[in-house]
Ligand binder design. Structure first.
Ligand code: ARG
Length: 230
């Protein structure tokens, strides 16, 4: 289908992160980016009738790329925050997330965020987890990394006591990629992901319309099932 918005037939650049399972990551066999965000933005482009060129980078680069207007669209499990809304625009929310702790499977000292005082807690720089730890756990020792996989690896090797990051990523990593890690405690701070745009982008409306169509016609559920189904 596709409607006849102004974006019809155009090609837009999409900035995404290079490693945030299962939203976006490199399939080493095909050399292509894959994941929930990738499938969703492809379906949105299809529905809205525009073409996309996907470029992956560090998460900070996606945010900066929206602020500078270097890319047309950003999709990277990016939480909609009041602070970011001052400099970039967001679509309607497309995914409910939140934050969660991962610890070593044999750690029974850290049961929840109440046990973080004096502990080394890692996360990725420039994310809502960094802000959350800074604001709520000044007595923890915050260690930030340019990529989350480095943080998980330091947790696996015992250099960190815990990692805090987005629930879906922590759960996916613990279940599929990690060695000897488990989640700890409840979901902290409900968050919602939005597709990002440079401020005042005319694409916001077309993307919101297409997103709603995909939710209504079951395409969104199919993509969700593929990446988060049991
Ligand atoms: N949701 C968090 C934020 O917006 C973390 C996002 C990390 N995303 C990524 N693609 N690495 O700050």
């Amino acid at each position: 289908s596709g409607d006849s918005g102004d974006s019809e037939g155009e090609t837009y650049t999409v900035a995404t992160d290079n490693n945030f399972v299962p939203f976006e990551f490199m399939n080493e066999e095909t050399g292509e980016m894959e994941g929930f965000d990738i499938d969703l933005i492809k379906a949105i482009a299809d529905e809205a009738g525009f073409n996309i060129e996907i470029e992956s980078m560090k998460f900070d680069g996606v945010v900066a790329g929206m602020q500078s207007g270097r890319y047309d669209i950003g999709i990277a499990g990016m939480t909609i925050t009041e602070e970011r809304k001052e400099t970039i625009d967001f679509s309607d929310p497309y995914y409910d997330a939140g934050l969660m702790l991962a610890v070593s499977a044999d750690n029974d000292e850290i049961q929840s965020e109440d046990d973080l005082a004096g502990k080394k807690v890692g996360t990725r720089s420039g994310t809502t987890s960094e802000t959350y730890i800074t604001e709520n756990h000044p007595d923890a020792e915050l260690v930030t990394f340019p990529g989350i996989v480095e943080a998980y690896m330091d947790l696996e090797s015992g250099r960190l006591d815990a990692v805090m990051y987005d629930v879906p990523n922590v759960q996916y990593y613990v279940a599929n990629d990690a060695e000897g890690l488990k989640t700890a405690g409840d979901i902290l701070q409900g968050e919602q992901y939005g597709i990002a745009f440079p401020k005042d982008s005319e694409l916001v409306e077309d993307v919101n319309e297409a997103l709603q169509t995909l939710i209504d016609n079951g395409t969104y559920d199919d993509i969700y099932e593929e990446w988060f189904g049991e």
